[in-house]
Design a protein around this ligand. Sequence first.
Ligand code: B12
Length: 153
Amino acid sequence: MHLTTQKTSIGVGRGTIVLGVAASDAHVVANHLIAMFLRRQGFEVINLGACTPTEEFMRAASEADHLAAVLIGSLNGHAADDLADLPRLRAQYKVSAPIIVGGNLSVGAIKKVNIVETLRGLGVDEVFQHPRQIVEYLQHPRHHILQRELENA
Ligand code: B12
């Protein structure tokens, strides 16, 4: 659902971020705050808003100029179900930019499943807690990937 579709540019030259909230999820507060934050950081943000089907993310990503990343928020705990079709749709729309997911990603205060591993299995490149990590990652993606490999070694 395109509740808040906007294409706005404040800064220049840092690339485009396709942002939105996963298909079953109506939580919009963080989405708006993250869009404002990223625009202030100089990114062009295409905000697809809440309840965005995965196919809309992939279509918008495939049409974006200078795509830096796709950011998918999820707070209601159903990230893995909402993104079940990501591998097929990412291949169909040939999206090579990083796909980053963040929020409250699985149901319950005590997480029973390893949601990060599950999302990685669906082709999600990074799972972040805080929007600041997005900017750090986009500035130094190789450094970030090496650091994660060292932590997991
Ligand atoms: C407001 C709210 C609602 C409102 C949403 C209004 C709206 N249109 O936005 C309403 C009442 C509609 C609602 C509904 C529901 N909600 Co609600 N809601 C909340 C609440 C109170 C606040 C969320 C919020 O806006 N926080 C403010 C923002 C700024 O913070 P944030 O969302 O935590 O985001 C931060 C991080 O998560 C992160 N982040 C967020 N998105 C992203 C994205 C990326 C890419 C990155 C990197 C980081 C990131 O960065 C943010 C800043 O640090 C939380 C509880 C809470 N205190 O957090 C529950 C909560 C999220 N809701 C919850 C639930 C269960 C529901 C419902 C299923 C309830 C129901 N049975 O109907 C429905 C789901 C509706 C749907 N289809 O999605 C649960 C989720 C539980 C879980 N995941 O296990 C929570 C945690 C409450 C709880 N403790 O049970 N909700």
